[in-house]
Design a protein around this ligand. Structure first.
Ligand SMILES: CC(C)(COP(=O)(O)OP(=O)(O)OC[C@H]1O[C@@H](n2cnc3c(N)ncnc32)[C@H](O)[C@@H]1OP(=O)(O)O)[C@@H](O)C(=O)NCCC(=O)NCCS
Length: 148
């Protein structure tokens, strides 16, 4: 499996290719540019880039803001690697928990998050549009774990 690396300015075009396969609402090029400067973005160490994750940190709480894997590279463990990276990054940043929000209809993402250990916290009715609820999920950082 490929490794991961921090984003570089030249990666923006590749990230926009991946963005085609991300859920709505779409993030524009300028949104991603802002993301790479204000938050923490990590990509697969592959040419072309086949996976990306955007993470944020506010007052001791980490957030998974976006995670996308190219369709032909799915179900090979990359999503899990990106989420495991998110956990280590949050832990090293001193966060006590990681939050995220996902559409209740996004079976793949829900499956990934639950496999990692995220628990449902609340449901935001019609958050993504009529009949499309948002699920808020949380994973506490276990500070008893040894660093690996
Ligand atoms: C969600 C996403 C990132 C998962 O990436 P991935 O590389 O396929 O994930 P992995 O191969 O690491 O899968 C890990 C586990 O997640 C779960 N999972 C992944 N895809 C799934 C699916 N389609 N249905 C059910 N469970 C799924 C499974 O438990 C899987 O383990 P398994 O393959 O041993 O059964 C990918 O489907 C994607 O990019 N989706 C579009 C973007 C998106 O919706 N992002 C989330 C909101 S921003």
């Amino acid at each position: 499996m490929s490794g991961l690396r921090e984003v570089e300015p030249d990666d923006l075009a590749s990230i926009m290719e991946l963005e085609q396969y991300a859920p709505l609402p779409t993030w524009s090029k300028s949104s991603w540019m802002e993301e790479t400067t204000k938050h923490h973005v990590v990509v697969s160490d592959t040419q072309p880039i086949v996976g990306v994750i955007a993470l944020g940190l506010v007052s001791g709480t980490a957030e998974v803001r976006r995670v996308v894997v190219l369709p032909q590279n799915r179900r090979q463990g990359l999503g899990r690697s990106l989420m495991e990276y998110a956990y280590r990054w949050a832990e090293n940043s001193g966060a006590t928990e990681i939050f995220l929000e996902v559409s209740a209809s996004n079976t793949a993402a829900l499956g990934l998050y639950r496999k990692i250990g995220f628990q449902d916290v609340s449901v935001r009715r019609d958050y993504y549009g009529p009949g499309d609820d948002g699920v808020v999920m949380c994973l506490p950082i276990d500070d008893t774990q040894e660093d690996s």
